[in-house]
Design a protein around this ligand. Structure first.
Ligand code: HEM
Length: 452
């Protein structure tokens, strides 16, 4: 049954937000998670770019298309807040991470954090990750059922220990920290959102304690000795005005940054691997570019030398944006494209489905990296048509880091291995949490002669 979210104030000239909210609290949460594309299409056809429904226990306004996404992400009248939206999902495990801060306070932290992502810093992070990539890839065992997702996840996690923490860990401690980190991330998708011992939420809270203790233990030495890692960079970051992070800030930002960087890069590389297996001509094209570079390890100044990898990465991020939806809490009455949005509502920008809207992308389901080539630039149709890194004040601070890491890994993989899937294989993409292949993406992996 169609109903409106709230009547617009008299004389405002605004329209109400309509929708088919479904059963209170439950709504069509399951359908949205399992068949996001179908549900989004139906809603758009019926109600246009702004509609509402119950989602995960919340009255949720979904904004579809680039124009509505821009209004929310640019957030001109500061009506949309991150903290009270994200806290609901990940607050207990990632509280006071920068993405969960808002407005003046967020800006203050962002200015300091920016110092950890300068060109010079990126250059040294990239150099620091090369040996870890080499070692990680050498240990891969070719075969007919090599699970790409699982291996990439392990590799990016191990790299995080080098590049993010820069702390020498024995295997036992590395496993303990990595385990805690995985538990904290998984807790965000717990069904039982209450600390019942043995269940995900509880494990997440325990894990948060392990991570806090770990970073606190190493903090004094990091502040004193510095280093080329993100941990040291956050300890040393200072704005021109002399603002620095407190010890608590460093701990909170480290735990958050690990999370923000890890799954996103893993998903991007896995999606690229999937399409490069389905479209071997693209895999060969990328391999030829990597071979033409004539270097076993990609360096900072080579980042622009792999144009086809750029195209494929963009198309992978369009088809499977690792952060599939961006939630915001409405902190004062506002409007989106002439619709009245009352304070208290949750607003969601669904990147996953927005990126496949036929209104913005020709033949949206098709893997077609050339759509980003200079002669076509289909993304130019609107600044927010392609926005896997978000936009506005919270736009991903690690986007260059991500490009660097993805290309560094991909370059070495292309030189060492060839991979394929059976002709009719379609991956079972799980969209109930961050997107990932339910089967781990099994491929046939072969080692190449020239790649050692
Ligand atoms: C392909 C990989 C990545 C994707 C698709 C991605 C995507 C995003 C998105 C969509 C946001 C905005 C969230 C929002 O507006 O609510 C974001 C924020 C953020 N990302 Fe990334 N990210 C990636 C990699 C990274 C990496 C590698 C790092 C760190 C090295 C990182 C650190 C952050 C941080 C700190 C924020 C919060 C920024 C703020 O609130 O000011 N991300 N990311």
């Amino acid at each position: 049954m169609t109903s409106i979210l709230a009547p617009p104030p008299e004389g405002s000239g605004l329209k109400p937000v309509r929708g088919q909210p479904g059963v209170p609290y439950i709504g069509n949460t399951l359908q949205v998670m399992r068949q996001p594309f179908k549900v989004a299409r139906r809603r758009y056809d019926q109600f246009g770019p702004v509609s509402w429904g119950w989602l995960l226990g919340q009255r949720t306004v979904t904004v579809q298309g680039a124009e509505a996404a821009e209004v929310v992400l640019v957030n001109r009248d500061k009506a949309f807040a991150n903290g009270p939206a994200w806290n609901y999902f990940i607050g207990p495990f990632f509280h006071r991470g920068i993405m969960l801060l808002d407005f003046e306070e967020h800006l203050h932290h962002r200015r300091i954090m920016q110092q950890a992502f300068t060109r010079d810093r990126l250059r040294s992070y990239m150099a620091a990750m090369a040996p870890g990539i080499k070692g990680g890839l050498e240990a891969w065992e070719p075969g007919s059922s090599f699970k790409v997702y699982d291996h990439i996840k392990q590799l990016t996690l191990d790299l995080a220990t080098d590049v993010f923490m820069g702390v020498e860990l024995d295997r036992v401690e590395a496993d303990r920290v990595n385990g805690a980190f995985i538990a904290a991330v998984r807790a965000g998708t717990a069904y039982v959102r209450y600390p019942v011992p043995g269940l995900r939420w509880h494990k997440g809270i325990q894990a948060r304690k392990v991570l806090e203790a770990f970073f606190r233990r190493h903090l004094a030495a990091k502040r004193r000795d510095g280093g080329d890692d993100l941990f040291a960079a956050l300890c040393q970051a200072e704005t021109d005005e002399g603002d620095r992070f407190t010890d608590d800030d460093v701990v909170n930002h480290m735990i958050f940054a690990l999370m923000a960087a890890h799954d996103t890069t893993t998903i991007t590389l896995t999606t690229m691997a999937y399409y490069l297996a389905k479209f071997p001509e693209w895999q060969e094209r990328l391999r030829d570019e990597s071979l033409a570079l004539g270097k076993p390890v990609l360096q900072f100044d080579d980042l622009d030398a792999l144009p086809s990898a750029d195209l494929v990465m963009k198309e992978a991020l369009r088809l499977v944006p690792p952060v599939p939806a961006l939630p915001r809490r409405v902190v004062k009455d506002t409007s989106i494209l002439g619709h009245h949005i009352p304070a208290g509502s949750l607003v969601v920008v669904p990147q996953l489905t927005n990126h496949r809207m036929a209104e913005w992308w020709p033949d949206p389901e098709r893997f077609d990296p050339e759509r980003f080539a200079a002669e076509r630039r289909e993304d130019k149709i609107h600044k927010y048509a392609w926005s896997p890194f978000g936009g506005g004040a919270h736009k991903c601070i690690g986007l260059h880091f991500a490009g660097m890491q993805v290309k560094s890994i991909l370059h070495q993989v292309l030189l060492r291995y060839r991979w394929s899937v059976p002709g009719r294989y379609e991956w079972p993409l799980d969209t109930t949490s961050l997107p990932s292949p339910r089967d781990g993406l099994p491929v046939r992996l072969d080692r190449l002669e020239h790649g050692s």
